[in-house]
Design a protein around this ligand. Structure first.
Ligand code: NAD
Ligand code: TYD
Length: 353
């Protein structure tokens, strides 16, 4: 067994599906609080798969986490559970501190106690894999080299500060207690099951719903983009052969300005689902007020994971973004399911002006 936290979210559910797609895979216990971002529909194909056990709960709940560890005896924990959206962290940072900092702290302490009780090979082989973000490194100028694992932490948003704090806790648990951890810091993911508050799914669905495509500021902010399936394969690789106490940057070698991303999505949609008036979806692009403290550029140097573990992304941006747009076109029932009242309230709060 492995314990996955946050496995009903975007990356976590892709990871669980990917993991269980191999018939020889170990089972998964999936602990998720089912916040607005958690969606069990993502895991519907596992409904009759006895290798997947879902537990509804909070990583910050000590007695629940202890019980799961004692009942299922996982040989590894992969921690995806987090509040993950920068804009929401600006509106309300408290949940980010609660889950990303206090929740990770609780998970670490429960896991350490469990690991201490193990013996022999079980103790030797146990892993705590913490899934983190490149945003902990702060913002780059256009001429700066890409983030390496040795870059200092300079988080700028409540989200990235809370993730940075969690990374520091994980690091300290290794150095102080010898607790067997590995951290990965990944760039922006995109792909199936992505909640449409983030740029790529928001733009695809707004385009199809004849709504404005909101570009913050001048749209020249740069992110490195990685197809979610590649993130999953990197985590598998690190879990299998990463060095304890190490951190690995994961990225797509794929820096793009936001405006270019949005134009690419528009041209794929123009081809796959042309507008009835024959005009391009790019007509819907609308420049809106910039995000406060908006980081200008992120870029990942993924040389270490390539050299040491032999991992490279399989998708290019062209292949990954096309698959992604196609997925949203082919899954209207999933899309309908996320258009709940709370999602509409968020759009109103964030984009009203
Ligand atoms: P997400 O917001 O889609 O999913 C988060 C999941 O965690 C949800 O299912 C939610 O219900 C669950 N959750 C939240 N609080 C919880 C709690 N207290 N206890 C248990 N479950 C809880 O996020 P995501 O995009 O899938 O990101 C997953 C992880 O990867 C996060 O740690 C994030 O920081 C990291 N990450 C994300 C990206 C990205 O581009 N999305 C990039 C790099 C790293
Ligand atoms: P996002 O998907 O929220 O990820 P992150 O902030 O973690 O990088 O945003 C990606 C980029 O797109 C970021 O520079 C902010 C920008 N953006 C917009 O321009 N408009 C939008 O409506 C959203 C959600 C994001």
């Amino acid at each position: 067994m492995i314990l996955v936290t946050g496995g009903a979210g975007f990356i976590g559910s892709n990871f669980v599906l990917d993991w269980l797609s191999s018939s020889s895979a170990e089972g998964v216990v999936n602990l998720d609080k089912l916040t607005y971002a958690g969606n069990l529909t993502n895991l519907q194909s596992l409904k009759n798969d006895s290798r997947h056990t879902f537990v509804h709960g909070d990583i910050g709940n000590k007695s629940l986490v202890e019980k799961i560890l004692n009942d299922y005896c996982p040989r590894a924990i992969v921690n995806f559970a987090a509040e993950s959206h920068v804009d929401r962290s600006i509106h309300g940072p408290a949940e980010f501190i609660q889950t990303n900092v206090m929740g990770t702290f609780n998970l670490l302490e429960c896991a350490r106690e469990y690991w201490t009780s193990l013996e022999g090979a079980e103790k030797e082989q146990f892993r705590f894999h913490h899934v983190s973000t490149d945003e902990v490194y702060g913002s780059l100028s256009s001429s700066d080299p890409a983030f390496k694992e040795t870059n200092p932490y300079e988080p700028n948003s409540p989200y990235s500060a809370s993730k940075a704090a969690s990374d520091h806790l994980v690091r300290a648990w290794f150095h102080t207690y010898g607790f067997p951890v590995i951290t990965t810091n990944c760039s922006n993911n995109y792909g199936p099951y992505h909640f449409p508050e983030k740029l790529i799914p928001l733009v695809i669905l707004n385009a199809l719903n004849s709504k404005p495509l909101p570009i913050y500021g001048d749209g020249q902010q740069i992110r490195d983009w990685l197809y979610v399936g590649d993130h999953c394969s990197a985590i598998r690789k690190v879990l299998a052969s990463g060095q304890l106490g190490e951190t690995y940057n994961i990225g797509g070698w794929n820096e793009k300005a936001n405006l270019d991303i949005v134009n690419t999505i528009c041209s794929i949609l123009d081809e796959l689902r042309p507008r009835s008036n024959g005009k391009s979806y790019a007509e819907q692009i609308t420049f809106v007020k910039d995000r406060p403290g908006h980081d200008r550029r992120y870029a990942i140097d993924a040389t270490k994971i390539q050299k040491e573990l032999g991992w490279r992304p399989a998708e290019t941006f062209d292949t990954g973004i096309r698959k992604t747009v196609q997925w949203y076109l082919e899954n209207p029932v999933w899309v309908e399911g996320v258009f709940t009242g709370s999602y509409r309230d968020w759009l109103d709060k964030q984009y009203r002006n």
